[in-house]
Design a protein around this ligand. Structure first.
Ligand code: 13P
Length: 393
């Protein structure tokens, strides 16, 4: 009898242990695994495709206002047709798909067609370039008088993602800007607020079948702050962002990261590619989990040559990095291309040629194989004032 009771209580105890084990396993799953999404496998596959070795992203998602400023700088009016022509020049550049695996578009462009009637998304896909869409609606100044910002665009985001996916978009972008180099910047409020926005955006995108590019940009600004100061804040910002991505159940294998390289302030001497690479790789190693397939750096105002040389140095510094160290460049691919075109039909082919040469140089750098010479040597910083409010970068 006693033996039977002992057996029973042992069995009960082991059941309790098993139940606890299961409950614990469930809790652990919830805490450390990502959300269940019908799109999970597709998201991972698409993120891996975009992050494939030796390819990067063409960022061409400037808002209509910013595109207008760029067009006007070469004497072209800011009309819908001119914006369409400019994007057609970029997307139809022969051979671009050998070097670029994704292109980020602004909403207007996602729905536009080339002169021959083909949808831009189809032209890109035919080149092997996945179409992406900027989904944030711009920056808004935070209280505090320091000009720090938060990013807007969560309203109706799920519905917009569904519509963009239907139109052919496979990934999305949301840009958060963190300002440094000034007394009191970045504030804890700015870091937490922007990390929250990025995590919530990433969660909504993944629920609706788009790979989110998570862009926490510790922005290059005036001041003589050191590269180590940028690294300190970048590490802090990325760690907060990754913490919240985990907390919100975001599937890390199904995102891409678009950060800044660590650079000193604009009034400090320019750092060598080796120094930028050493400090940037250290920062990434400390804060970005290997589950993330690709780190696609923004060019952030670097000259075209500087952006390529720094990317090459990053791949020299970490040839076996767990993530692709590659590019998602806007200005560093477009600046000379636009100047070469200047709105003239007769310059169309020459402009496409320089774009493809720039893309090739960066593709080689992303594979650790860029030997030079650079197609646009020298050149200064390609700066553009930080825009707030409205939509667009
Ligand atoms: P830049 O490469 O010009 O910094 O632009 C990349 C981008 O998309 C920033 O949001």
């Amino acid at each position: 009898m006693q033996a039977k009771m002992q057996f029973r209580s042992a069995r009960t105890a082991s059941c309790v242990r098993a139940t606890r084990g299961r409950a614990q396993a469930k809790v652990l799953c919830r805490a450390f695994n990502s959300m269940e999404s019908p799109f999970a496998e597709e998201l991972k596959k698409n993120a891996a495709y975009i992050a494939q070795k030796g390819k990067g992203i063409l960022a061409s998602d400037e808002s209509n206002a910013t595109t207008g400023k760029r067009l006007q700088s070469v004497g072209v009016d800011n009309t819908e047709d001119n914006r369409r022509d400019w994007r057609e020049l970029l997307y139809t550049a022969p051979g671009l798909g050998q070097y670029v695996s994704g292109a980020i578009m602004f909403e207007e462009t996602l729905y536009q067609k080339a002169r021959d009637g083909r949808q831009f998304v189809d032209i890109l896909l035919a080149q092997g370039i996945y179409p992406g869409i900027k989904v944030d609606t711009g920056l808004q100044v935070l209280p505090g008088g320091k000009g720090e910002t938060t990013t807007q665009g969560l309203d109706n985001l799920a519905d917009r993602c569904k519509a963009y996916r239907k139109q052919g978009a496979k990934f999305a972008k949301w840009r958060a800007v963190i300002k440094i180099g000034e007394e009191g910047c970045p504030s804890t409020t700015a870091i937490l607020e922007n990390a929250h926005g990025l995590a919530r955006y990433a969660q909504i995108c993944q629920e609706n079948g788009l790979v989110p590019i998570v862009e926490p940009e510790v922005t290059l600004g005036p001041g003589d702050y050191s590269i180590d100061e940028t690294a300190f804040w970048s590490e802090r910002v990325y760690s907060h962002v990754m913490r919240l991505l985990n907390e919100y159940g975001v599937i890390l294998e199904g995102i891409l990261l678009k950060p800044n390289m660590c650079l000193p302030g604009l009034d400090a001497p320019v750092a060598s590619p080796e120094e930028v690479a050493r400090v940037t790789v250290r920062t990434m190693m400390r804060s970005i989990p290997p589950a993330v397939p690709g780190i696609h750096f923004l060019s952030g105002g670097m000259s075209e040559e500087e952006a390529t040389l720094n990317l090459q140095a990053l791949n020299d510094e970490a040839p076996n990095a767990p993530w692709a160290l590659t590019f998602s460049y806007g200005r560093a691919l477009q600046a000379t291309t636009l100047k070469t075109w200047a709105g003239k039909e007769s310059n169309w082919a020459a402009a496409q040629d320089i774009l493809v040469k720039l893309a090739k140089a960066n593709s080689e750098a992303a594979a650790g194989k860029f030997k030079g010479p650079h197609p646009v040597p020298g050149g200064g910083r390609i700066l553009q004032a930080l825009r707030t409010g409205g939509s667009g970068k």
